[in-house]
Write a protein that binds this ligand. Sequence first.
Ligand code: GAR
Length: 250
Amino acid sequence: MKNKIRAGALISGGGTNLQAIIDACSKGTIDAEIVFTGSDNKDAAGLKRAEKAGIETFAVDYKSIINQYRKNPGELPLPHDFNIEEIKAKQTLIPEKAGNEKIEFFLKSRAGAEKALLDEILPYNIDLLILAGFMRTLTPYFIDKINTDKNHHKIMNIHPALLPAFPGTDGYGDTFRYGCKVGGCTVHFIDYGEDSGPIIGQRAFQIEDDDTMETIRKKGLELEWQLYPECIQKFAEKLIQQKNETIVKQ
Ligand code: GAR
């Protein structure tokens, strides 16, 4: 039997991508094992899917951590290794024109939540972190703790649009409202920007005149369920060229 990679998953919602990955793992079509599923929302339906498959789960209540910080910033201790100047210099999520106060609020409030996530994730010693409909942007503080080797990406995401078009929270909606005749989905690595990291795979579908938001989402999701496991398998087989790395197929 081939060595399996140890993967963790983060979700926020229904978890149909997570389900496709769990099914691919159990059928043996990908050389991976999901060792945990975490969420920023304890009520995410996808957590039930994980539990049903015997996968350990956890939730970090982003909303209350951010609200607590908003109400009383002094009360939320920042991680001891959090250096705001260093993180500010790296981040590209919030434009400079938003102002220092907004940027610092974002980074500091997320650091509290991200520290809680890291406390759950790091003990699992994973090879890959899979974002499967995780609707929170991750700051450089978190990313650097997972990508400990600067030349090796370890966080993968699926996005509901053909990046670099339509980054953000509503890829299919933005594609539809723009009037595109082709839509699609993208699997990519996470970097410090919003949906801007290196692309691993993409799938496209035609948008017909009678398509609606609902039919577009359906077409897109069906492609996501195929594409995500395929990209994870490429990672498991070390077939994805990483930074400064030459891929040698055995
Ligand atoms: C998917 O369409 C995924 O591409 C999208 O959320 C949906 C999750 O569905 N992700 C993002 O928008 C990330 N920014 P699921 O919970 O059924 O897998």
